[in-house]
Design a protein around this ligand. Structure first.
Ligand code: ADP
Ligand code: MG
Length: 271
């Protein structure tokens, strides 16, 4: 029978143990009867093999965001162990990177232009002439220093330099988004597992925008963040791969394990 194997990042100081940040999720998964192993940094760097993954298992990662090379190394190590990643590298990038999901849900999310790092962004922003710009790379905004909201195109250079220095790299390229007036604290995260959307609270309604994502996005496990705009329209702020989306808001490890149950049933039922 196919086995479902979860993997979390190893504690960098004690590589046989899970990273303390993920221990609550590991406990919840094990409590529900799932197998959970650890991924040492060397696997993500492509320097070390993965141990403890049974041959034939379907593997789901829960951990830090990985860049395309890191996810590729993890997937390779899983295959070398004779197992299969539940989310392929292509599926991972389709929800983890903005250019993967944006074209499919343009009508649900702020208008965005995607640039490579080496173009003259100041000129591009002047040409756009939007009143304000929201700047991120393919995955993350800048939450310290200058932040991600930009009024003056001349400041784009300093902002990107800060992004590079705080985050180590600009992943993929630069996304320039139109700023929309979101109601403060209205953003909620939804997870979609095998085509079924879930809210953190069992009885919370699922926004129409999330149902639309389900129809258009193909990955078997991703997150959708939705905020209310001041005009009452629910807007998608971002999409993310489910393996590397944090448990924000009211999400708990227990609820995460509960929604993954349908995936586990599907994997166990399909063998
Ligand atoms: N286009 C936008 N207009 C207004 N606010 C935005 C916009 N994009 C993002 N934000 C705000 O900035 C926050 C961080 O942006 P987000 O795209 O989610 O980046 P990150 O990946 O760093 O979380 C969002 O939670 C939202 O409050
Ligand atoms: Mg976000």
């Amino acid at each position: 029978m196919t086995q479902l194997q979860f993997l979390v990042p190893a504690d960098p100081l004690e590589p046989r143990r899970p990273d303390p940040y993920f221990v609550a999720q590991v406990d919840a998964l094990r409590h529900a009867g799932h197998r959970v192993g650890v991924v040492p940094d060397g696997v993500i760097d492509g320097q070390a093999p993965l141990s403890g993954v049974p041959s034939g298992a379907v593997v789901l990662y829960r951990g830090w965001m990985l860049n395309p090379a890191g996810y590729g190394h993890l997937g390779h190590a899983i295959r070398v162990a004779g197992a299969v990643p539940y989310i392929s590298r292509a599926q991972y990038l389709a929800t983890h990177h903005l250019p993967g999901w944006y074209p499919l849900i343009k009508d649900l999310t702020p208008e965005t232009r995607i640039f490579s790092r080496d173009v003259d962004l100041e000129s591009e922003l002047r040409e756009l002439a939007w009143p304000q710009f929201f700047v991120k790379d393919y995955v993350k905004s800048l939450k310290t220093g200058l932040g991600s909201f930009l009024n003056d195109p001349a400041h784009i250079h300093a902002l990107l330099e800060q992004m590079e220095s705080f985050r180590g790299e600009i992943e993929g390229g630069v996304c320039i988004r139109r700023v929309e007036p979101f109601v403060p604290d209205s953003e909620r995260r939804y997870f979609v597992v095998a085509g079924v959307p879930y809210a953190a609270e069992t009885d919370a309604p699922i926004p129409e925008a999330v149902h639309t994502c389900v129809k258009r996005l193909g990955s078997p496990f991703y997150s959708v963040d939705v905020a209310l705009r001041e005009d009452g329209i629910e807007r998608v702020v971002e999409v993310g791969d489910g393996q590397v989306s944090d448990l924000v808001g009211a999400w708990t490890p227990r609820r995460l394990v509960e929604i993954l149950e349908s995936m586990a049933q599907w994997i166990y039922g399909s063998s």
